[in-house]
Design a protein around this ligand. Structure first.
Ligand code: COA
Length: 177
């Protein structure tokens, strides 16, 4: 759990991004057990149970903080909203992903969290390039990425979606610091 404990907290007007803890497991399991959430990310199972949240947290605890960083997104008043993480799918290539529970969609939280996380990635984590991809049938995520400063590369690649149990076209995007 050391890697979690040293993760910095990133504050925004409404949110705190911080290392996830075991206290997040019940909310994580409840909010992620939604095909609208799990079906729009690559590696989240559906149905999503408490054991999946526990496994996810254990995986995060094993992250190498030089290559990966996963944050819980917490609202200053409402508590846990979702997750945001930077992962290295290919060596030296940081890719960001995120999800919020459905009750919290449509209020600008994802854009606020992603913008703050990118600021941290540039200033503290020393990343100049971050990649992302969103399923072509999920334009809301594309809009979040655009608002945070990402540009479409023009590449569209089939990507496995665990919850849907099929490949889904993923539109690739890039952010330059
Ligand atoms: C995608 C997701 C993160 C968006 O979170 P959010 O907090 O609602 O996002 P924001 O409010 O910051 O911005 C959403 C934007 O998408 C727009 N949008 C919503 N539905 C849309 C649609 N069907 N088509 C186009 N744009 C859409 C909103 O209008 C808003 O843009 P605007 O501020 O310019 O009006 C959230 O819905 C989610 O977690 N979904 C499930 C998991 C997921 O998709 N993760 C991303 C994987 S790439």
């Amino acid at each position: 759990m050391c890697a979690l404990d040293i993760r910095p907290a990133i504050g925004t007007e409404r949110l705190i991004l911080r290392g996830p803890t075991a206290a997040d497991i019940p909310a994580m399991a409840e909010l992620a057990n939604d095909i609208g959430v799990a079906g729009n990310v690559a590696r989240m199972p559906y149905p999503y149970a408490v054991e999946h949240a526990e496994e996810g947290l254990a995986r995060i605890a094993r992250e190498d903080p030089r290559r990966e960083a996963t944050f819980a997104i917490e609202h200053r008043d409402f508590g846990f909203l979702g997750m945001l993480g930077f992962h290295e799918k290919q060596p030296g290539r940081s890719e960001v992903g995120y999800w919020l529970g459905r009750p919290f969609w449509g209020r600008g939280y994802a854009t606020e969290a992603l913008t703050a996380a990118l600021r941290w990635a540039k200033s503290d984590w020393r990343r100049n390039v971050v990649w992302a991809g969103h399923f072509a049938d999920n334009p809301a995520s594309g809009q979040v990425l655009i608002k945070a400063g990402f540009l479409y590369t023009g590449d569209v690649e089939p990507q496995d979606c665990l919850a849907r149990d099929c490949k889904v076209a993923s539109r690739k995007m890039v952010w330059l610091a």
